[in-house]
Design a protein around this ligand. Structure first.
Ligand code: SF4
Length: 392
């Protein structure tokens, strides 16, 4: 049976973090109720259209901050999924949470909803750094949140950390890593800071109030991350993701391996596992209004708040190379038609010679040195329809 996953985007946060460019709002209870109604309606309708014959092996509540919704709202959405989808008994069920929301009661409530994995946005264990990026929690609260999660029955705890944050020194980053791996987590996602337009950090950078980490800083910090994770017994199974054996995120692995996923909620993305991508508009008002009107069979005054893209053969090649190469096992060359495989082998040859890429058991993958240059190398491996015919 075809396997797939469901992602629910919960676009609410108590406050905005200085680096954040995710779609979320700080609106109140009435909006949350309408949003929940809309997700339940979308879940029902999409089950018929997009999940026929599919077994759901992973459910992921992300955001935003899912734990900013009252538990009753999360419960209603979970029930809508259970009523409309075939969710496997051993499905991975993840809730993203902010450390300052986590209490023993909340962990028990999430467990009762079926949660078996919590992913916490810790970002740093340094209070000064946390304050510079407007995180609401302190280092102490983050430590306590992990402890509470583990002590109250959810043994699969993941945290997110960011490196290259304003004012963060290499020594502090190493301390963050040491702290993270001392807590009993089973999974770590760690990303380099990217300062996006529209964020508070972007304004601070423009004013010259903060210094951006250099390329060398990022490389050094990434090296510390890889070394510390390895020392702690974690496997690097994707460019930014590390896990103890058996704790790879099933949800994220599905994305990288081309499995179908259904994204519910505003700004959520979906993929049918073949060629079709769909993304809901990042517009909470349009989203709730559309689903409300569809329930009453009232003709919606606006077009459905989503867009669809069907990938052509070249785009499909790019997509496969980009997602599979992110993973430790790399790109299975047998997935490609002969002429595409020949092209990829030809174009990757210089990198194989420099030991930045390697071919093991029919898989093309990055070496440890290659991962440092993954963005540049992947850009070079994209399909070029002007390439000489000898390559294609
Ligand atoms: S809690 Fe997460 S989604 Fe919300 S503002 Fe902060 S980084 Fe963004």
């Amino acid at each position: 049976m075809k396997k797939g996953s469901i992602y629910i985007h919960v676009p609410f946060c108590k406050t905005r973090c200085a680096y954040c460019s995710f779609f979320s709002s700080t609106n109140g209870m009435e909006t949350k109720r309408e949003y929940t109604d809309a997700v339940c309606l979308e879940a029902k309708e999409r089950a018929i259209v997009d999940a026929d014959g599919m077994e759901i092996s992973s459910v992921y509540f992300g955001g935003g901050t899912p734990t900013q919704l009252p538990i009753e709202n999360l419960e209603r959405m979970m029930h809508a999924l259970q009523a409309n989808y075939r969710i496997s008994e051993d499905a991975e069920v993840t809730f993203e949470a902010n450390p300052d929301d986590i209490t023993p009661t909340l962990i028990h409530q999430l467990r009762d909803l079926g949660a078996n994995r919590i992913s916490m946005g810790v970002q740093s264990f340094n209070d000064e750094v946390l304050s510079k990026i407007s995180r609401r929690h302190t280092s102490r609260q983050a430590v306590k949140a992990v402890e509470t999660t583990l002590q109250h029955g959810i043994s699969n705890a993941s945290i997110d950390l960011i490196y290259g944050l304003p004012g963060q020194e290499h020594r502090q980053w190493q301390q963050d890593l040491n702290m993270a791996f001392s807590l009993g987590i089973s999974h770590l996602s760690s990303y380099a800071l990217s300062i996006e337009e529209g964020t508070a950090l972007f304004q601070q950078k423009k004013r010259g109030d903060i210094r951006e980490a250099s390329e060398d800083d990022f490389l050094l910090m990434y090296g510390l991350l890889q070394d510390t994770a390895e020392h702690a017994g974690f496997q690097q199974y994707e460019i930014s993701n590390f896990a103890l054996p058996g704790f790879h995120s099933r949800h994220n692995s599905g994305y990288w391996n081309g499995q179908p996923y259904i994204g519910l909620g505003p700004a959520a993305h979906s993929y049918d596992g073949l060629r079709t991508r769909r993304w809901n508009a990042a517009d909470l008002y349009a989203y709730t209004r559309f689903w409300k009107s569809s329930e009453g069979n009232v003709k919606s005054p606006t077009p459905p708040p989503f867009d669809v893209e069907v990938l052509n053969d070249d785009e499909l090649y790019d997509e496969r190379v980009m997602t599979r190469l992110r993973t430790a096992q790399g790109m299975d060359l047998r997935e490609l038609p002969d002429f595409r495989r020949d092209y990829l082998l030809h174009i990757s040859q210089p990198y194989v010679k420099k030991r930045l890429l390697e071919i093991i058991d029919g898989h093309l993958r990055f070496t440890r040195n290659g991962i440092f240059l993954s963005d540049t190398i992947m850009a070079d491996l994209m399909w070029d329809s002007e390439a000489p015919s000898s390559c294609t």
